[in-house]
Design a protein around this ligand. Sequence first.
Ligand code: GAL
Length: 953
Amino acid sequence: MRRLLPVLLALLLTCAALVAPARAGSAPEVTYDRYSLIVNGRRIVLQSAEFHYFRLPSQELWRDVMEKFKAAGFNAVSLYFSWAYHSPAPGVYDFSGVRDVDRLLRTARETGLYVIARPGPYINAESTGGGFPAWLKTVPGRARSFEPGYREAYREWLHRINPIIARHQLPRGGPVILYNAENEYQVGTDAAYMQDIQDQARADGITVPITTNDCCDAGSWSSTWASGPGAVQIPGVDDYPQSFECANPALWGPWGEGLTERLRDDIPVFAAEYQAGAIDVGNAGYDKCRELTGPAFMKFFYKNNLIQTGATMFSYYMGYGGTNWGWLAQPNDVYTSYDYGAALTEARRPTPKYDEFKRQGYFLEAVAPLARTDALATPAVPGDAALTTVARANPDTGTQFVLVRHTDRAATGTDTTTLDWAAPDGRYQVPVRVKGRDAHVLVAGYDLGGQRLAVSTSEIMTHAAIGGRDVALLYGTAGAPGATVLRYPSAPSVKVLEGAVRAAYSGGDLRLDYAHDRLARVLVTGGGRRPLLLLIGTDEEAARFWRVSTAAGPLLVRGPELVRSATLRGDVVSLAADTVAGEIEVFAPPSATRLDLTAGQGASERVRVARTPSGSLLGVTRAPAPARLPELTGWRARAEAPEAAPGFDDSRWTAADHTTTTSPHPPKTLPVLYADDYGYHYGNVWYRGHFTATGAETGIDLNAITGLRGTYLVWLNGRYLGAAAGGVQADSGDQATPPNPDPGPGHFAIPPGLLRPGADNVLAVLVANMGHNDDWIADDLRFKQPRGLVAASVSGTVGGTPIAWKIQGTAGTDALRGPLSTGGLYGERVGWHLPKYQDKAWRKTAPATALTPGVTWYRTSFRLDLPKGQDVPIGLRFGGDPSPAYRVLIFLNGWNVGQYGGDIGPQREFSLPAGILAEHGTNTLALAVTAEQPATGPGPLTLFAYGNVRGGP
Ligand code: GAL
């Protein structure tokens, strides 16, 4: 009880703080009601994107990703924290370097993003063990339950990660506004566990509201468990309506309507994970995933969700996917790239999906009444049954939001109609055109800055008060008709600066009619209001705009690839922007006359600008300097696998002699050979088995479990006997079927003359460990499926031949690169992958030459001197096709950046992120090629640039 007291006290205090109504000017806090989150007394529509810092091992680039989120109108980032990434062994935790989550959270705050902290303990995320460290496989007690063993383990993790998260919470000046407990934890599993995670969090100082993300059987921690043990404050729902069938990008909501349910009346509707990309389960390539979840899907599904259910909390999975470098991948669903078809590519490049996030995000940010709406009987009636309207209104301002879309959600045709709209300011007939699989959110009765928007059939992207006038940016589909009606006490003066816009004033209404075409500009002055510059663009034109805040108010910028931040000092606008050759236009107060561009941390450069009739400053940006990339030459090679030789000294290897295991999978033969039981958790592992032959032995029978696409290679007395596929998680999709740990024996006949009767015979087996299964269904069996040999015997003798086993995996955790980078190949154990290794004695040969079975290493180095003040993401490309005959581990400066070949996936290009990559200096590439049969090695290999802009983080 004494130990419980502080927990109870903390609980009481935090509950008192959390239920307190929001008060403006009071201490920073996060509250909520049925409409929205209320942060520091202000309602927000939460627009969050998921980012996995552990999939981008470069602290400098975390800032880039988060700045890009912010620039697209996101106000939050959702962060999983991976237990496996930080903990190589029980009691050992590392938060240094690329694992420095303090820095991560500081960067979020500096970037101006709130944080949804998701420390699990289970995270799934297609990451090894679903975020569980592999050592947890040897801990008794069912994972994801309240059972002892597991309980002590997850508490250990929580007590390490929670205090870090706690000190970065909003009430303490940090960015964290929500804490997500567990991950898609289904009801009926273990409420005590779910409750304990929250109790631990509170005891560790977490005071922000606790959320959870429900899957599939939405409502589990909400309706059923609204107040019982395990219930969280704000449950949300995960939704992936487009499925993961990237090979078929024309699919349209095969997994449903994608409408996030209202779970409770006292909390906002929370789309805790909403699909924003896909895992590439069918190896179609991520460009196809990006197509499957592209702008059309985003427009239709996201806008439906906003208006139909009134959701005000969105977290999109993923905003940036990153890389399964090292042994980070859960092997059944993903390969090295976790690009995810996200809005930002693995190389951090914005895509058309990013543009769509920006159009929607800016709208949510600019139009405050959206944060509090009720459903409304449709005020806007379409004159055509092909189209449907759905509406919401803000009860305080009366502002209406009308969604217009096709009645049949799968319709592909274009329909045009006139809406008959009973809007707050009057009844309006306005034209609207909707493409198939598109949707528009139209606004009426809105105080747009100093203006009154009666109604518009263009969508609002953003608006800003700049220099005593309003600048508003509206947009619509190219060629579609649009009408915007603004209210004025008296006739204003209207000047169409660009484009074809007809204006008519009558009865207080200024009505503008037009077709969306490039960028129209209309200047409205007088009429009893402050001036308005109305910009009406197509989707594409609108996406070229950036809205950025300065201490002197907001600015709009047109043209650059990205605007990260801005200042306005005296008459100088200074932009941190990414640019290529093109126009740049800045909408700033009239006092601004000069424009500087700052490139990353580098020097700034003045851009010559002229004042336009719109009152903006217009200039031209320069093309980035070309990046010259060296050819990859000077390769040297060395074959390894001395472990296969009978005389190899394995005396210092670990004896594999356990006769019992905590694994829920009983061994088929003894001793227990599971690699995890001997502390070898990641990457390749070697076994050497010694037996005294009678001479009657005829074959070797082995079972190994590797995870999907893993293999094992077998030698006897130094002779290569061949390879076989390792066992995998048998995931039939039927959750009741336990995984099949038994791939069936790999039988290796002993060639005549190889046995040495009466003497020591040596089996050497190299087993790949492709990563650990996840524990999505919390049955323990999948996650705890062993890795390595699970059965071994020699056939041909009566009663069998006993084998004495030794095992060797990784030679220790790499302090810089963490527990997941390095496995147990000979070259890894002795440092052939490391930059400082001297390879002068190796033979000169390129990788694309004849390979023999076994492991061959290749090394080369190259110098880079990328243009300063530019962002040039670099990749490594393998020419030719990936071969099933070999698999390649790729090391850049000692970091395992991925795996190629071996049927691992369709990937030919591998990201070499700056930070790991020396952009101005010498880099070392090392390849460890494991061949199962004679083949021509990989290549040719080249470096390439994914992009090139001036600027950068
Ligand atoms: C969700 C899960 C995420 C991720 C996603 C698919 O169910 O919560 O962690 O696995 O699916 O990418």
